[in-house]
Design a protein around this ligand. Structure first.
Ligand code: GLP
Length: 233
């Protein structure tokens, strides 16, 4: 695990974008993408650049169950407005929050991942150490599934909703097994509220109490954190 500490998230976004460009120079065709505030500086770099993504495919990590693509709180909407509408990709995949049959939807998404093996996966980090929506206790070997969000995640994510009751209680999430299949991983985390999870991920033992700690077991993982998120290391 390579750890890069930057003085702020804008510089971190530039560092992450460099890794994307170098993966693309080496032939990467599929990017695994993430939502949340963390990847926004990196998306801004992508948009401001002259790099052409129109031959690239993206596969997103997760989506809230129950939210339609046009719902401003949905992760599909987030991806459209923060990246795809400004930097077109050839194909973009996000789980369908409105799917009628959750089992069929998870099967469909697992086939999407199998058909588009991820060259570089971008990850944020939950305050409780989650990656995607793989909450503490998640097994390390599963694929996409419907998961129940923890109270801590509901509370953390309520900042994007009018009130906490509006936060969906379930999500579709790529499983840790699927995440670990990507060739390279770049995880970013910023701010004091991530410092404990960053410490657990890098220095703690590998345990599903801190799902991100599993990244210690994988080659080609780069962690980019700002000074606040690195403050417990
Ligand atoms: C959500 C997402 C995660 C993300 C996390 C952190 O729970 N499912 O993929 O990493 O939030 O969000 P933020 O980057 O806004 O701190």
């Amino acid at each position: 695990m390579k750890v890069i500490v930057t003085s702020n998230k804008e510089i971190a976004g530039k560092e992450a974008f460099k890794l994307i460009k170098s993966a693309m120079d080496d032939g990467a065709k599929v990017l695994g993408l993430a939502t949340g505030s963390t990847p926004i500086p990196m998306y801004k770099e992508m948009i401001a650049s002259d790099v052409d993504f129109s031959n690239m495919t993206s596969v997103n990590l997760d989506e809230y169950v129950g939210l339609a693509p046009e719902d401003p709180q949905s992760y599909r909407y987030f991806m459209q407005s923060n990246l795809f509408d400004k930097k077109p990709f050839a194909e973009t995949f996000v789980p369908n929050g409105k799917a009628e049959d959750p089992e069929e939807e998870t099967k469909r998404y697992n086939k999407v991942i199998a058909d588009h093996p991820i060259d570089l996966q971008v990850l944020g980090l939950g305050r409780n150490g989650h990656i995607g929506f793989n909450e503490p206790g998640s097994p390390f070997d599963v694929e996409t599934r419907k998961v129940q969000l923890t109270e801590s995640t509901i509370e953390a994510n309520s900042r994007n909703f009018e009130n906490e009751n509006d936060v969906p209680r379930y999500a579709y999430s790529m499983g840790i097994g699927s995440i670990l299949k990507s060739k390279k991983i770049v995880l970013m985390a910023f701010g004091k509220e991530k410092a404990d999870a960053v410490k657990g991920m890098i220095e703690g033992k590998v345990t599903n109490d801190c799902p991100a700690s599993v990244l210690q077991t994988k080659d080609d993982v780069t962690v980019i954190v700002d000074a606040d998120a690195a403050s417990e290391l």
